[in-house]
Ligand binder design. Structure first.
Ligand code: SF4
Length: 322
């Protein structure tokens, strides 16, 4: 089954053994959350943290526990330390430097992944990160969510598409840093064409990976209030699966698919509850690929090809010649 370029397969091929990402929390910092703002409307006070993170532990303990867990559960032999919740570059340089050094000092850690916002990577920060990319396998994960200005404003992202493009291009100018985008399907007032256009913008950039998330309405978020007030509907599993395939069809095979649905913690989730059955969601997406007999990149296309242009020009010329 090769519907798309799977990140986990890529890791297996690159390292020759099973590699697992261990999510850790570095600190609860985000420029979009402050005394007057709860940040993005879909975010709760855990900053979109994975349910398995134990943020009360020291960083070393979090990594060691994560390694232990992934070794037992997934038989992984190598680990990528994933600085996941909040904005992990919204920190003093010295702190990030110490955290990266510590992560690489743990046995069997083969890489680092840093999740952050695209408006939080000044050049000095990128220089520091680039120095680590010379020593290890390193990813920067930038949240885009949507390419549409009206959506980014409505969900209070606090940055624009231009910030995202700028961050991606500046990061790709450094050597050895892999870059991925996070997007969300199901945001209020976005239709299929909006979602596809975000995919096309991702496809047009020099990205190495993408995480596609379903919109989770978390109980402790501003979005929950809007949802309870009935201001927007949630997608069904079938609609979501169909949209994920629409997106992946438009991405080149060079973009690794790192995620096709998100992980939700039952006690924090208001809706949609069907997403708690993660494997069922993944199966629904794979079935949609099968049903359409399609795959990644099948609809990856910009502009007219030379043959299309020639055909159209000839039609025009011959109609004139009459
Ligand atoms: S940028 Fe991330 S941590 Fe900050 S408010 Fe938005 S989702 Fe939450």
């Amino acid at each position: 089954m090769d519907y798309y370029s799977s990140f986990s397969e890529h890791l297996k091929q690159r390292f020759g053994f099973k590699v697992y990402k261990v999510p850790v929390s570095l600190g609860e910092t985000c420029p979009n959350r402050n005394a007057t703002s709860k940040g993005c409307t879909y975010c709760d006070n855990l900053g979109s943290a994975s349910p398995i993170i134990q943020n009360t532990l020291t960083l070393r303990k979090q990594i060691e526990k994560g390694v232990e867990w992934a070794t037992t559960r997934f038989k992984a032999r190598g680990f990528i330390v994933y600085f996941q919740p909040f904005s992990n570059t919204f920190l003093p340089l010295r702190i990030l430097d110490e955290a990266l050094k510590l992560a690489l000092s743990v046995d069997h850690v083969v890489g680092i992944s840093i999740g952050t916002r695209p408006d939080c990577v000044p050049e000095e920060m990128l220089e520091l990160i680039a120095s680590y990319a010379q020593q290890t396998y390193l990813w920067m994960e930038y949240g885009l969510q949507s390419a549409h200005y009206r959506t980014l404003t409505a969900i209070n992202r606090g940055h624009s598409l231009a910030d995202f493009i700028d961050a991606v291009l500046r990061t790709k100018r450094k050597t050895n840093i892999h870059v991925s985008a996070h997007t969300i399907i199901g945001l209020p007032d976005e239709n299929r064409n909006d979602i596809i256009e975000t995919a096309r913008i991702v496809a047009s950039l020099p990205l190495d990976g993408i995480k596609i998330h379903l919109l989770h309405i978390l109980k402790d978020s501003n979005l929950a209030e809007q949802f309870r007030a009935g201001s927007f509907p949630v997608l069904s599993m079938h609609e979501y699966a169909s949209l994920v395939v629409d997106v992946i069809e438009r991405l080149p095979r060079t973009i690794l698919i790192q995620r096709i649905t998100g992980e939700a913690e039952k006690k924090r989730l208001l809706s949609p509850l069907w997403c708690l059955e993660k494997q069922t969601v993944i199966n629904a997406i794979h079935n949609e690929f099968k049903k359409r007999n399609t795959g990644q990149g099948v609809k990856y296309k910009f502009g007219l090809s030379l043959s299309e242009m020639e055909r159209r020009m000839l039609e025009k010329i011959s109609s004139k010649l009459g």
